[in-house]
Structure formats: C-alpha cells, structure tokens
Design a protein around this ligand. Sequence first.
Ligand code: GLN
Ligand code: ZN
Length: 773
Amino acid sequence: MSLQPSNNNSLQPTPKSRLHNLGFPRIGAHRELKFAVEAFWKGEQNEADLLATAAELRKQNWQRQAGLDWVPVGDFSLYDQVLDLSFTLGNLPARVQGLEGSELDQYFRVARGRSANDSACNCVHAGEMTKWFDTNYHYIVPEFSAETRFSLNPNRLLAQIEEARAQGHNAKPVLVGPITYLLIGKAKDETDPLSLLAQLLPVYAELLKLLADKGIEWVQIDEPALVTELEPQWQAAFRTAYATLSDSGVKLLLTTYFGQLRDNLELAASLPVAGLHLDAINAGDEVAAVIEQLNADQVLSLGVVNGRNIWKTDLSTLLDWLEPVARQLGERLWIAPSCSLLHVPVDLNNEQALDAEIRSWLAFAEQKLDELRVIHSALNAGRGSVAAELAENLAALNSRRTSPRVHNPRVQKAVAAIDAGLGQRQSTYPQRAAVQRDQLNLPLYPTTTIGSFPQTPEIRKARLAFKKGELKAADYETRMKQEIKFAVRQQETLGLDVLVHGEAERNDMVEYFGEQLDGYAFSQFGWVQSYGSRCVKPPILFGDISRPQAMTVNWTRYAQSLTDLPMKGMLTGPVTILNWSFVRDDQPRSVSCYQLALAIRAEVQDLERAGIDIIQIDEAALREGLPLRRGQWAEYLNWAVEAFRITANGVADGTQIHTHMCYSEFNDIIEAIAHMDADVITIETSRSDMELLDVFDEFRYPNEIGPGVYDIHSPNIPSVEQMVKLMRLAAERIPAERLWVNPDCGLKTRQWSEVIPALQNMVDAAKALREDK
Ligand code: GLN
Ligand code: ZN
C-alpha cells in the first residue's frame, strides 16, 4: 500500500505553526487612556502620571497577549500611531518645530493644535485628520513639502521594546511601511510624496538596522496600501523600497489587511521580505495563489479571525479550511487576527447587561486572542486538544444560526418582495416641486437648520437620570417637551421658515434609532477609538431589523402642534445607521441595509400620516461606506442609494424629502447623490467658498440644495455679510429658486448663546438675499 503524502504527514509531527498578533486596542477596557490624556490636557495630571498610565496599559495589554509567539510593540499610542511614526521619522510640520515645551507638548500640539487662549500661546493649528482606510479610525495625516527632511528618532520604539522584553515577551515591533506612509500623507505644496522616497528609505533602513542590533528578529511592516488600486509608479516604489530594506538584518513581515491584493498580488508575493501577512477574512480566495508564489523559505501569516467585527469565529469551519494549509506550510504558517484589534472593543467579560444569548455569540479583542489560541492548539496538537472549546464554539454558533431573535421570516419576506417600484417617487422632481411650492408656500431662500439644537448639560443630566431609573418616564417626557417647546419658540422668534424639534431626546443619531429597533443590541463598554481620546460605541446589529412601533412621531407631532410653520421630521437614514454599527457577518451588508430601509420607510410614512410635510433623512455616513477600491464603488452605491430611495420615496408628491450629508466631496459620486432624488440636500460648504457647488449644476443635480453657510464646528458667529457673500457665490452657480439657507450641520455641540446670534444673522442674510431679486 502506498501512503498518500497527506497520510504520511499525519504520521510524522508537522512542524508547528506560530501565533502572533498585529496590534491591540490601546484605549483600555474602561477607556483609561482617554481619561488620562484628557486629564493631562486639562492640567489635572502631569506628564509622569500620564506616562505611568500608558506603561500600565501596555503591560496589561501584553499580559492579555501572553503565550503568543510574538507580541506587537509600537502599536500603543498616546494619540495615533501614524503621528507616532511621523515623530519617529523626524517629520514634524514646520509650524511646530522649535517651539518650547517637552516632546510630549510638541506631540499633542500636532495632534490637537493649540489656540490663542492657551497660556504660553505658541498657537498652531492641528494636523489634518482623516480615516484610516475604510475604518472609522482617524489618523493624523503626515505633512510633506519641498522642505521635508527625515531623521531618525527611535527612542519611543526602543524604550517600548525594552519594556516588553523586561516583562518577558518576545517583541515584534510594528511600523507602518514607507510606501503606505507616503501614500496616506499629503503634500502642502506641489511636492510629489513619492519624490521623498529616496530620502525616506535610509531612515527606515537605519531604524531596522538599529532594531537588528538590539536582537530583534521580526519586524511587522504594515503596508495596507497594497489592498488599494496602485498606480504603476507606486507599485514600482514598493519594489525599490523593499529591495533597499531587504538587507537590514531583521526579517520583515510585510503586512496587508482590510482587503484583497488583486492586481498587487504578484507584486506583494515577489517582494524580498521574509514573510507576508494576508487578511484571510477578506482575501481567503487569494491564499492559494499567494502560497504558490512565495519562496519555500517565506512565512505566510494568515489573518483568520476578523479584527473588524465582534462576532465569534466559526472555528470548526475555519479549521476545515486551515488544516490543509497548515500541513502544507508547517512552521511557515503563522496565524493572527485579520488586522490590528484596534478596531474592536477590549473585553466582552465586562459586559454585564448584555443579553446572555447574544453575548454568547460575541468576541471582543481578548476573546479573539482566545480563539486564536484554540486554533493554534487545534493545528499543532489536534482538535482533540481543544475539544471542549470547539464544542462550546459550535453550540454558540448554532444558537446564533437558529435563534428566532436573529431570524424573522416576516422581515425576510418583506426584503424579498422589494421591487424597483418601492424606491420610486410618484412623480418627477419638477412635478413634485410644483406641488410642494403650492402647499408649503415658502419664500425664496428658505431658512432652516439641520436638526439638533444644543444638548445642554441639563438635557444630558435628565437623560442619565431617566436611564438610571431616577427620573420617571412621564417626567422625562415632560422635560424633553419643555426643551422642544423652547427650541420651537426660539426658531419662531428668529424667523426661520422651516422648523425642527431640536432632537433633545436623542443621545446619538444612530443609537436613538437602534434602541427602538428590534435586531439591535447595546454594549456597556464596547468602545472603539475613533481618534485621539475620542471613542465610539457602535451598536450591534445582530438580527433581522423591524420596527415595533413609531420612533419619532410623538415628539414630532408635539413639536408641530406648537406652531403653524412647517415642522421638519428628522430621521437617520439606513446607510448611516448601517455604517456606524457593528453589522452582521451572516448576510450581505446590503440585506441589512434594506431591512433598515424598510423600517425607516415605515417611520417616514407614519410621519407623513401625522401631518408632517417635510421629512429629513440624514445620510451623514453614506460616503464613508465607499469601498477601498474604486472598482467596487458602483456596487456599493447601487444598493446604498436604493436603500435610501426605498426609505424616502414612499410618500406623496407634496411631502418634501430632505437629506443631509456632512461633507463636501461630491465630485466622484454626484450621479449617485442625484439618483437619491431627495427634494432638498443640505451639505457642508462653509469653508470652501462654494466652489464645490460646481458639480451640482442643473444637468448633474437638478433638485434643491442648502449649502451650509454657518460653520458649526467653530464657536465663531458668522456675520450677515459673510453669509450673504457665500450665498451670492452659490447663486452664481445654482439658480436662487433652488437654494436654501442653513448651517453646515446640527447644532448639538454648540451653546444657545452662540446659536441664537448666528441664526439671527443667517435669517437676516436670507432677507437681504431676497431683496437682491
Ligand atoms: N440631524 C442631525 C443633527 O442635526 C444631523 C447630524 C449629522 O449630520 N452628523 O444633529
Ligand atoms: Zn452633518
């Protein structure tokens, strides 16, 4: 009998695969880092205290990663790891160089800026912040110019390596790689970031050599740029860079995540590095091709546990797939999460209030590491070594697969019945506009706001008391109604044309709806860093979505009862709710989005029935959902826009649908935005001199537009003249008949003392504009 190679393998022990991690959440299970840096900023804590908290967090984080073959070092940051790297590379914006103060002062100056009311002024503006690939994490954009010079400043990293070693860990430093660093940065002049590569590489090389001298074996070099569409010169830059860095004395683990390599696959697999990390959650299909192309001495690290969501991994199914790979690769296989665990909360064990069944389906960072330990044991010592863990995992997955709380046949049937007609308004925009003009009788340049009015400390206190059970529901309702009444009276006095109720009763524009929809759960400590000390706690969309009862109608109807002016109903759209939640991994995002769309559509229709003639559906996060590769944009926009249309378009011609988006880049998505077919869109424009309205010409965007004229992110009160000037610029591009006058975004973070004069000026500006005609 001839033995098959695979049988042969099972007779001899396979060389063991390795286990490592790419990064751990730094904010702390109870947001310790947030509170420490904020206390430091307020001067309530000194530098030594802050650094001690940071060291303690690193220690805890490494302890949580005990037993891994390598722990990441350098993934911790007081604010942002990209900013840390800019410091390591000596790339500070010129405006902060040479200012007095400690290095930490410098660091936070770039991170947050420093304004004139600071004691030792040194006023500087903060570095720009933008989203880290397609995550909700924001990094400080590296700044480049013709003057950019790099110089190595390795102390932070070296100190943390020492720290990890002293605590008994095998340290694997983590760095964002040179190509991604240049690609995600921004030139402040005409400099081509790629032209800086020749200068940048020696600094990376110097750092790697230094690490080699310290006895570091492996360095994780993150190049998520490889999952994006790269121009040929950027692909060439990868070759140059890694040819230069290949003899630095350390082994490089070239790390990609968040997507597939696709046309960068051959490039990635051919670079002279010691190993490659692939996001097997998103790029599982590419594993075979990558294995084929790697050399026999290269390591393949597979990200097999999802670092972007909070669901338990299906361990048995994963092992069915992974075991043959492990047999093939032996010790060349490393396993890890798909990406850094930065994007998930720290520890599920802290959740005391979550429903036990739902909880049994979840895994936060700590639990994801446990899953990896189980997978690692199963691969190296057989599934029998973790039989109990695998059985428990299977039981949890089965409960989730079959739970009636997840699966609602009525909702599934409704989604299956969606047809093109559902998203279609009864008439075209010009026909509707005529009906609406007759019914609403608004002046030229109608004025309105985006929805929220100041969330005062009193409002927050009342809500907290209500949630704790200290304030009775009826009393809470009375308090909120007082707020609504106050907001309505203010708006009437100001002379606004279309009023809002002010959203006093809403904690957050997504959470408020999530709490009232079936299919959503909420954690107590499920915080994820958004930027700096800011964290978000995304709701968990776990089941088919339905709306047990109307969510906003009572408040809106009450607000309308107080006034004869039109009251705008205020809803969050399905795409935004989806994009700001942890979503299901057992069905496509589009299906979850359609379910949300049907629920919010019912709310829209209820509002209409309650006599609300204008309804705004916010889609603040529509753009955020765009996939990393442009080639996939159309598919996303198709279902996202259709979900909006389903939500919005089940109303009569006379009902005016508004949407709001708090950003201003529309160039590349204007067709999709136009296809949403909202009667009015309000957008953020006040900082851009209205040039971006060019894209809203009547051919590409025929409906009405409210370009924000009041920058609500600033405490400044815009003058009448400023706003008139902006609107005149707008009117050069868009006929006055199609223009609205409004702020950039909601006013919840402002104070009434700022809002009243600003809105007064805004109303006066509209009056002045009407005189123009
Ligand atoms: N209606 C919301 C508000 O005014 C919109 C918020 C947003 O666009 N982010 O607060
Ligand atoms: Zn907004």
